[in-house]
Design a protein around this ligand. Sequence first.
Ligand SMILES: [Zn+2]
Length: 183
Amino acid sequence: MRSKSANVRNANDNEACRKKGSESEKGVRIKQSTIHGTGLFSTKKYLPGECIIEYAGKVRRWSDCEDERTSYTCLMGIERNLVIDPRIQGNIARFINHCCSPNCEAVLDGKKVFIQAAKRIHKDDELTIDYSLIIPLSDQTLATHYKYTCRCGSPKCRSTMLQVKKKKPTSGCISKAQKARQK
Ligand SMILES: [Zn+2]
């Protein structure tokens, strides 16, 4: 299971996004990605700032998900020790891939996260966010780094899905190390 922060930022009074995000699965579809596996694609145009879909899932404690790791599911960190788990009550937004030059961003609104256009998006574009994965220093082995190698193909690719700069803990995913420090 990857947990990701994806540059989640707070929405300011984003009621329209909140309403739209819950009913916008028709604005996206999934198909084979050139980046990785199955990806999320637009079925229409979006302007920068437009809400595309909610990153749906059950709000859970990170500590309750920790022992259920798989390679296919992304936990979205929303606040201290809370994540959105798209395996429960999730939608197709969970197929969104990472790119180092993403065309979308994850916007936090209370305990919900919405995928919002960060650039002008055309029909059939693959939608991407920057996962900015956080893993504890103790887990940062060569094997781990290889596992999170990025092959997004962007000219600005930093070659890793891991976060390269420090972020506030509340806006990032909650890693084992962070969790331990919070105890
Ligand atoms: Zn990349």
